[in-house]
Design a binder for this molecule. Structure first.
Ligand code: NAD
Length: 491
């Protein structure tokens, strides 16, 4: 396979990076090197920031109704090219083609929602706040917005932000994950075809140095980040220190609670998908299943059987239902965490280590792993594993289960499986997490709801997607007006 050298997209043109360092982009299933991505230096970030800042003034003057025409065109282009985008995702990230396609559907939904900007960014007016005086609140773009993305949804996550940022009149710089940069390269070919004026949408590839240059740059006004919690904390602190508004979505350790009155077949099917879909590399993956009462035995048996049936392999091959994890380092880390769990007293219900896939010996494959009797407070109970590993814990009552859920550091998602409305209401009311599922295993908010992580899963105030994104990318301006009657000319 020929190795492609990826470029940056700056000021409406594809430009070879000035980088002296490049990183290989490797297919995690086959081990093939598909491309090399530039690790753009701070000078290149400076150039792209200047370009985006220069384009911002004219872009905000384009009427919102015209700005969204580019998004309507983009939506059609994304629809027409969805299979190609999905193949790119599978090849660089490892998830199955069906999962990759589903990811792009979610991306496109955000474009659709942002097409409503002429209404979504409307302000408010109060007449006669005092006699003859009116007051209005209008929304104006913040200027230049940067989007820094993780590897696990290379097609979707930049679209939690980009459509809203440009629709509200900002210019944008996207910095994809250096591990999975090829999908955004393709998406930017479509953004180019959608006809955005030069400088409105820009792509800069790189690693931590490139990110830090973004965080410090005075011409960049807003930073949207999604990634691991340690990096999210760093982004939030450093970008705020340079006066930017920041939203930083972090990692997760999502618990699902299974009550004895849950529908066992449905629960098993849904938790199996949540824990092992995308090889567990979803920030909304079920990482811990907490059974209550007699659900312990029935659920443990059922989930072990269902997980063992997953077909692991290259995501473009027919019949494959789980792909590899992203890198050999990630695989080694997951294997070592499984061992730590066993050393800490957990029981191997299903051990997915040491299971290569025939024909793909260079792939980073693990099979689903289930650890039973995970001790509360242990490393495996607290640590985000980000791989196909489900820990099982047990609680005697719903209250105990909710206390276990709330004892975690993260607050991205928590789910409950039950047929009791009262238990569901209690869970929804008391659980300290931002995305709640009731008989749902991946409580991913639709594009018209905010992606509401809490605690160590989110730093900031306004989340990605929907009206939160509109508020994040606009600043409010309040105008108080008086027009004395006597100044009116008689017509
Ligand atoms: P990551 O934090 O390693 O990387 C994310 C981005 O940060 C990348 O663009 C990377 O280049 C940059 N980066 C990495 N280290 C940096 C550093 N030291 N300084 C500056 N920038 C740095 O995350 P990842 O491994 O790509 O993605 C997986 C993580 O993302 C998981 O923790 C997962 O839970 C989380 N995630 C969260 C959400 C959410 O909505 N909360 C969604 C998807 C993924």
């Amino acid at each position: 396979m020929q190795k492609k050298t990826l470029a940056n997209y700056i000021d409406g043109t594809w430009q070879k990076s000035a980088a002296s360092e490049y990183q290989d982009v490797v297919n995690p299933a086959t081990g093939d090197v598909m491309a090399e991505v530039p690790l753009s230096p701070p000078e290149e970030v400076d150039r792209v920031a200047q370009v985006a800042a220069a384009a911002a003034d004219s872009w905000r003057r384009v009427p919102a109704t015209e700005r969204v025409q580019h998004l309507f065109r983009l939506k059609t282009l994304l629809d027409e090219n969805i299979d190609e985008l999905a193949r790119a995702i599978t090849n660089e990230n490892g998830k199955t083609f069906a999962e990759a396609r589903g990811e792009m559907v979610r991306a496109i939904e955000n474009v659709e929602v942002a097409c409503g900007i002429p209404t979504l960014m409307q302000g408010t007016v109060s007449e006669d706040i005092a006699a003859g005086i009116d007051e209005m609140m209008i929304r104006q773009p913040v200027g230049v917005a940067a989007i820094i993305a993780p590897f696990n949804f290379p097609g979707m996550i930049p679209f939690w932000f980009l459509p809203y940022a440009v629709a509200t009149g900002n210019t944008v710089i996207v910095k994809p994950s250096e591990r999975c940069p090829m999908t955004m390269h393709l998406a930017f070919e479509l953004l180019e075809a959608a006809g955005f004026p030069p400088g409105v949408v820009n792509l800069v590839n790189g690693g931590p140095d490139c990110v830090n240059a973004i965080l410090d740059h005075p011409a960049i006004d807003a930073v949207s980040f999604v990634g691991s919690t340690p990096v999210a904390r760093h982004i939030y602190a450093r970008a705020s220190a340079s006066g930017k508004r920041v939203q930083a979505q972090g990692g997760a350790k999502n618990p699902v609670v299974v009550l004895p009155d849950a529908d066992l077949d449905m629960t098993t099917r849904i938790v199996n998908d949540s824990a092992f879909g995308n090889a567990g590399q979803r920030c909304l993956a079920a990482a811990l299943a907490i059974t209550v009462g007699e659900a312990r035995d029935t659920f443990t048996e059922a989930i072990a059987e269902a997980a063992a049936r997953r077909v692991v392999g290259y995501g473009l091959d027919d019949g494959v239902t789980m792909g590899p994890v992203i890198t050999p380092q990630s695989k080694a880390r997951i294997e070592s965490l499984i061992q730590t769990g066993l050393d800490e007293g957990a029981r191997a219900v299903l051990d997915g280590r040491n299971s290569p896939v025939a024909g793909y010996e260079r792939g980073n494959f693990l099979r689903p792993t289930i650890l039973g009797d995970v001790p509360p407070g242990s490393t495996i109970a607290r640590t985000e594993i980000f791989g196909p590993v489900l820990g099982l814990m047990h609680a005697e009552t719903v209250d105990d289960a909710i206390a276990l859920v709330n004892s975690g550091e993260y607050g991205n998602m928590a789910c409950l499986f039950t047929s009791s409305g009262a238990a569901a209401r209690k869970f929804r009311y008391e659980v300290k997490a931002g995305n709640i599922g009731i008989n749902i295993g991946v409580a991913a908010p639709m594009a018209f709801f905010p992606f509401s992580g809490w605690k160590a899963s989110f730093f900031g105030v306004l989340h990605g997607q929907s009206h939160h994104a509109v508020e994040f990318y606009t600043q409010t301006k309040v105008v108080v007006e008086r027009w004395p009657k006597e100044w009116s000319r008689k017509f």
